[in-house]
Design a protein around this ligand. Structure first.
Ligand code: CA2
Length: 148
C-alpha cells in the first residue's frame, strides 16, 4: 500500500515560530515521525511539501495511479482553495485531511475547509499524532475496500 503525504504552505517552517500553536518540533521531525509510523505498518510513503497552490494540485494529480490514498494538510489553502478540492475529487483516492491545530477553535476564517468536502475523514487539533491517526485510518479503509 502506498500513501502520498502532502503538506502545504509554511509547514516547512514548523518549530521556528508559533510554537504555542504548532509545537516546537520542526518539519523534518514531523516527516521522521510519519515515516516511522508507515515503516511499522508496512506502508510505503512518499512525502511532499509545497508553498504553491498549483504545485500542490500537480502533486495531487500525480497520486492518480501512483498511490492508494492521500494524507493532506493543505495549511492555509484549506480555507481558500477550490482548486485543491477539485484535484482531490478528480483523483478519486481516499483522502484524509489533517490539521495540527484545532481549526474550529481559532479565527473564524479557519473554520471553513473546502478540501474536507472531498475527504473521507478530517482530523484536527491532535498535533503530529493526527498524521498517525490519518495513516492508520487509511490503511484500514483501503484494506476494507480491497476485500469488497
Ligand atoms: O493546524 C494546521 O495544521 C494548519 O493547517 C496550519 C496552517 C494554518 O494556516 C491552518 O489554518 C491550520 C499553517 C502552517 C504553518 O504555519 C506556520 C506559521 C508560523 C510558523 C510556523 C508555521
Amino acid at each position: 500500500m502506498k500513501l502520498f503525504i502532502i503538506n502545504g504552505p509554511n509547514l516547512n517552517m514548523l518549530g521556528i515560530r508559533e510554537k504555542g500553536i504548532y509545537g516546537n518540533q520542526d518539519y523534518d521531525s514531523l516527516i521522521g515521525y510519519i515515516r516511522d509510523v508507515c515503516d511499522d505498518n508496512n506502508i510505503e510513503a512518499e512525502f511532499f511539501q509545497s508553498n504553491h497552490e498549483g504545485e500542490l494540485v500537480d502533486i495531487i494529480q500525480s497520486a492518480y495511479k501512483n498511490a492508494d490514498g492521500i494524507v493532506i494538510n493543505p495549511a492555509a489553502y484549506t480555507h481558500t482553495s477550490i482548486a485543491i478540492l477539485d484535484a482531490v475529487k478528480a483523483v478519486m483516492l481516499p483522502t484524509v485531511e489533517v490539521h495540527i491545530s484545532n481549526i474550529y477553535e481559532r479565527e473564524e476564517f479557519r473554520r471553513v475547509s473546502y478540501v474536507s468536502l472531498a475527504c473521507v475523514k478530517s482530523i484536527y487539533g491532535h498535533g503530529f499524532e493526527g498524521y498517525k491517526e490519518a495513516v492508520l485510518f487509511l490503511k484500514e479503509y483501503i484494506e476494507k475496500a480491497e476485500k469488497r
